[in-house]
Design a binder for this molecule. Structure first.
Ligand code: SAH
Length: 383
């Protein structure tokens, strides 16, 4: 095989998805409109694999990535590696043990193995939290990429920069093995905070206008609160209405369809006790807001710093301030979190995955609106 040529006979890139979770990377490949052969996905979490299998009809390999060998990896003859290694070693909330954290070791191990492969991949893509770029693991990753003949471009990007009213800044490493090269080689070995190089200069939103140019949150809601909200807001919360660009049924129907099991609407209403205790620490957004906070895997279990809550009653009516407890506060539903992650409508959870698990799996996932254009940029070869 020639250096830099594709491995499959049909000319499609052969892709491996490491730490596949519920398939955010695979949806990004689909959204990017790239024809690729998804050769294998790897994840140790059986619930994540249930969701992946339910949607893609293929169950990821459920072993520990740590135990793969260079020969195993060579056997897949993959052109592209997509990786979302666990982020806890690098998060602010975590203990920041970095490469000393056991959860970093499987990633370091396969990076190590890449050097011993007969045919390392041609392209490499990593997603992680902000903070990864200053870690030891990052340093080791870049050293190995350079030794193995890769050139890298790095980004920290946010869905807000792509018109989605959702703040979830993340680190991305894109790397191509020589003689392959990037469309914009002048960004080699740089860390960029702007999507301009990947979108082309005119498409990129200027950073200062970013939030203003986002769609309102209501476009991402399953259902809109009733337009004549009254004091009995929590009864009005789930009335059916048309949301532009989305198929709306009543939430009741949705809950049944998605198999939450309980069929109860009350599970999304924020209990009064929580509002009284934590109200001042809550991030509250409205249907016309142009941004909300990152949903983490602890959304719905903890209130502080885990994601925004939706107020369905405007805070001020006829000049009168509406107290927080009367603002009809509710959690975003899992479907709405999936919408803010730009997952397609066909994405579904199997019935047996409980509500907390759904939030946990979504919280670990990624923004398809950000990853899809990055992958397109990675795959394209300069003319
Ligand atoms: N991007 C994914 C989620 C990545 S979160 C998505 O779109 O859903 C990290 C994932 O890595 C988790 O699902 C976790 O189960 C998996 N994981 C962590 N350590 C692993 C290991 N050693 N072997 C296999 N999978 C692992």
């Amino acid at each position: 095989m020639e250096e830099g040529s594709r491995k499959s006979s049909d000319g499609l890139y052969r892709v491996l998805e490491f730490y596949s979770g519920i398939g955010g990377m695979r949806y990004s490949i689909m959204r990017a409109g790239m024809s690729a052969t998804m050769v294998e996905a790897f994840d140790i979490n059986d619930k994540a694999n249930d969701v992946y299998e339910h949607n893609f009809g293929h169950r990821p390999y459920q072993g520990n990535i740590q135990n793969l060998t260079a020969a195993d990896l060579d056997r897949y003859e993959a052109d592209v590696w997509l990786l979302c290694p666990p982020c806890q070693p690098y998060t602010r909330q975590g203990l920041q043990k970095d490469s000393g954290d056991a959860r970093a070791s499987s990633f370091l191990r396969i990076l190590e193995l890449m050097q011993h492969m007969l045919q390392p991949p041609l392209m490499f893509f990593v997603e992680n939290v902000v903070g990864f770029e200053i870690s030891d693991t990052h340093k080791q990753m870049i050293e190995i990429l350079v030794k193995t003949g890769f050139v890298a471009q790095e980004f920290i990007l946010n869905p807000l920069q792509f018109g989605v009213p959702y703040s979830r800044p993340r680190y991305f490493c894109l790397a191509k093995r020589k003689p392959l090269s990037f469309q914009n080689p002048r960004f080699n070995n740089q860390l960029l905070w702007s999507p301009t190089p990947i979108l082309g200069s005119d498409d990129g939103l200027m950073d200062e206008n970013v939030v203003q140019s986002c769609e309102p949150i209501e476009n991402f809601l399953e259902v809109e609160p009733s337009s004549n909200q009254s004091e009995s807001a929590d009864l009005d919360l789930f009335h059916t209405s048309r949301v532009p660009g989305m198929v709306c049924t009543t939430l009741e129907t949705k809950v049944e369809e998605n198999g939450c099991g309980t069929g109860s609407l009350s599970q999304y209403i924020v209990p009064l006790g929580l509002i009284e205790r934590w109200g001042s620490a809550m991030d509250i957004v409205y249907p016309d807001s142009k941004r909300c906070c990152c949903f983490t895997k602890s959304y719905y279990r903890y209130v502080k710093g885990t994601g925004s809550l939706l107020a369905t009653v405007q805070p001020k009516k006829k000049g009168k301030f509406t107290p927080l407890k009367d603002q009809g506060l509710r959690y975003f539903t899992p479907r709405e979190v999936a919408n803010l992650h730009s997952f397609p409508e066909i994405f579904q959870f199997p019935q047996h995955i409980g509500l907390k698990q759904r939030y946990a799996l979504l919280g670990n996932s990624l923004s398809v609106a950000v990853v899809a254009p990055l992958l397109r940029y990675l795959f394209v070869e300069p003319l």
